[in-house]
Ligand binder design. Structure first.
Ligand code: ATP
Ligand code: MG
Length: 393
């Protein structure tokens, strides 16, 4: 029955030239999201609206599912689209729609017509009244409530006429591509996929870097991270995932530095290497899943020590989240089940019993001097031997 979807987006603060950029990016992202959905879709802007029109048969569930992952969309309204064949015919079609969508007729409604084509013979007030009357004639159990109706029936007169009354929530945010690109440090945990999701929600395209330590970490741990990247790419779009062999760097740190500083020093080298790929990929920032106080390496002191090696801004969207709040987002976006699979990542193997919680940058730098003879070569090797996987949902 539905031939189209009217796409709602939040427009507050998006004016003038920015509005065009926003809408064009939204149209582009919708086309991308629908590329593998069965059906033929015409996605276009029209008079301050974005429409997805379908041609011929299509899979309704799959279409809605795809649209529910497009950042920038706040509401998806399945709409009926008809030719203008006069008021009586329109009234018939509207009545048939109400009958089909609302089997339980005991409800209040209001018609809200909008005439984007001014040569239509009735104005919107007349349309509201006349259509309302036809609906009441057909279904005496229904009643009109102009203040707080259970069903708001929107009727929009353009070249064609569309009407809709249902709105499926979208993910909100801004279309990917309206806000540059950033590099996500993606581990196999719960937090970093959520962090990537949250930054991407603001319109940022994402690439990712994962550090593994074969043979201390398994092939399955690596596959888990690739799977997580694919799961968030449903929202973020394609991701270049850089898989870096971190074993030799980790062993060197383990051998030469105080064990209570292992995690901080390791984190600092991760940041440096991720930044290298970030610059190569034209990223404007790094993203991590850190949250204040979650573990020893995420106290304010530890974060300051990690941050100190970075030139690019580091975005930590989960900084003020409790674990439970992060878990809720990960369940909602569909990464949780993968995140809790039990494969070790490299950090969990080389952890100290009593890590520092208040590292001093001066002390850490002193410890890192012990790596001086080898670290440049090791970093170079890690960077040169990167495996980059193109991940797409
Ligand atoms: P997560 O659920 O993201 O793994 P976590 O609670 O395990 O978080 P940590 O292991 O302390 O936290 O890591 C903090 C952040 O550092 C991660 O969110 C991630 O951004 C980055 N990070 C940690 N380990 C790796 C790794 N092996 N590869 C890439 N990034 C990592
Ligand atoms: Mg982790």
């Amino acid at each position: 029955m539905y031939k189209a979807f009217l796409i709602k987006y939040a427009e507050i603060g998006i004016k003038g030239k920015n509005r065009f950029l926003f809408e064009d990016a939204l149209v582009r992202q919708i086309r991308y999201a629908l590329r593998n959905v069965e059906g033929t879709f015409d996605v276009h802007k029209q008079q301050g609206r974005v429409f997805v029109e379908t041609q011929g048969d299509y899979d309704y569930e799959e279409t809605v599912e795809a649209l529910r992952h497009v950042f920038g969309i706040t509401g998806i309204c399945p709409a009926v689209m008809v030719e203008d064949e006069g008021f009586d015919r329109l009234a018939e079609q509207v009545v048939a729609y109400m009958d089909r969508i609302y089997p339980d007729k005991n409800l209040s409604f209001k018609v809200k017509a909008r005439r984007a084509r001014k040569n239509y013979p009735m104005d919107s007030m007349e349309l509201n009244a006349a259509l309302g009357e036809k609906i009441l004639d057909a279904f005496p159990q229904m009643h009109v409530d102009v203040h707080d109706p259970e069903v708001m029936l929107y009727v929009e007169i353009r070249e064609q006429i569309s009407f809709y009354s249902e709105e499926i929530p979208g993910p909100g945010g801004m279309p990917v591509g309206t806000n540059g690109r950033a590099m996500l440090l993606l581990s196999g945990g719960i937090d970093s996929p959520v962090a990537g999701y949250m930054i991407s929600k603001r319109g940022v395209a994402i690439d990712a870097t994962y550090f593994h330590a074969p043979p201390y970490t398994s092939e399955r741990a690596k596959q888990k991270v690739i799977d997580l990247a694919r799961e968030i790419s449903v929202y973020t779009g394609p991701i270049h995932l850089h898989i870096v062999n971190f074993t030799d760097i980790q062993l060197a740190i383990y051998e030469k530095c105080p064990h209570e500083e292992l995690t901080i020093i390791m984190r600092r080298y991760m940041m440096k290497i991720a930044e290298h790929f970030a610059v190569e990929d034209d990223c404007l920032g790094l993203i991590t899943g850190e949250s204040i106080g979650q573990v020893a390496s995420q106290t304010m002191h530890s974060l300051a020590a990690t941050n100190e090696v970075c030139t690019l801004p580091v975005y930590r969207p989960l900084i003020g989240f409790d674990k439970q709040e992060i878990v809720e987002v990960s369940e909602r976006i569909g990464t949780y089940e993968t995140s809790i699979l039990p494969f070790e990542d490299c950090c969990t193997i080389f952890v100290a019993k009593h890590p520092v919680t208040k590292p001093s940058i001066k002390v850490i730098k002193k410890s890192e001097e012990k790596l001086a003879p080898v670290i440049d070569d090791l970093m170079r090797q890690a960077i040169d031997s990167v495996e980059t996987v193109y991940v797409e949902a």
